[in-house]
Design a protein around this ligand. Sequence first.
Ligand code: PRP
Length: 177
Amino acid sequence: MDSQPKLRVLFSRQEIAATVSRLATEISQDYHDKYPLLISILKGSFMFLADLIRHLDFPLEVDFIGLASYGKGRHTSGKIKVVQSLRSPIKDREVLVIEDIVDTGLTTAFCLDYLRQKKPASLKLCVLTDKPSRRQVPVTIDYLGFTVPNKFLVGYGLDWDEKFRNLPDICFIEDED
Ligand code: PRP
């Protein structure tokens, strides 16, 4: 992979906005009277969270957890570590985890196990993009934006080696031939 990979749009900013709005409607129906704590998994989900909560017209709180897999580039090592801790106690809270992508499932599965040990009242998962073809461990997604093909995605928070998070569309890196 050279330093300037070719990008193609998979989901435009308009398609993303419509999907985020649809997810917000679903979440509002379930959480409008529950004062939930939304936990965004950093870094990738920051943009999704920011757009999503602007549609949620009811009391809620936000917290962040930093998780990362060892290693850089296109391939995860499979080992997950907490690189930034939660600030909020979550015991007895209605917790909704916000994630940008489920790929192998290792990050999300680790996160849900980690949070479940802290005994929240409930624990659900909202994911913008799901790549089921890559799954290594099962993950139950309660609110899903897009099912995506097995391509390397960047933009709208998603990175390639820390680059391209700022793109407003979700793009994929074209394979080199
Ligand atoms: C990415 C993405 C998810 C995870 C999904 O995070 O944001 O958290 O990979 O992959 P998995 O299902 O195979 O575990 P990454 O570890 O690259 O960190 P980042 O969010 O800071 O980009």
